[in-house]
Design a protein around this ligand. Structure first.
Ligand SMILES: [Ca+2]
Length: 110
């Protein structure tokens, strides 16, 4: 595990490295989590609290998610994504949100 992480970081950190679209997307999704999470490092315990979750939906996801301005809809989504009920969206729960959005998009495109 340690060595594979190191390999990933070396590739991603190189100044000459041009990331693929997918790699860029992964990096952006991780940076976005860190931006709204209470802790800066996604491997540490922490997560996105509700007020930041709301800001994130409104600032970053308003084209893909509707009703991000509605308090009730934000509350409902937060409860749904907060699987362990600790009032924080941790990285795994955040990742599940990304998956949920992808599925919603796929369904809408049918
Ligand atoms: Ca949680």
């Amino acid at each position: 595990m340690e060595s594979s992480q190191t390999t990933v970081m070396e590739g991603a950190k190189g100044s000459e490295t041009v990331l693929s679209k997918l790699e860029s997307a992964i990096e952006i999704m991780a940076q976005n989590y860190n931006k709204y999470s209470a802790k800066e490092n996604l491997l540490r315990k922490g997560g996105i609290k509700k007020s930041n979750f709301k800001t994130m939906l409104q600032s970053e996801l308003s084209h893909m998610l509707h009703e991000t301005m509605k308090e009730e809809a934000v509350e409902k989504l937060f409860q749904e994504m907060d699987q362990d009920g600790d009032s924080l969206i941790d990285f795994d729960e955040y990742w599940a949100l990304i998956g949920k959005i992808v599925k919603l998009l796929a369904r809408n495109q049918q």
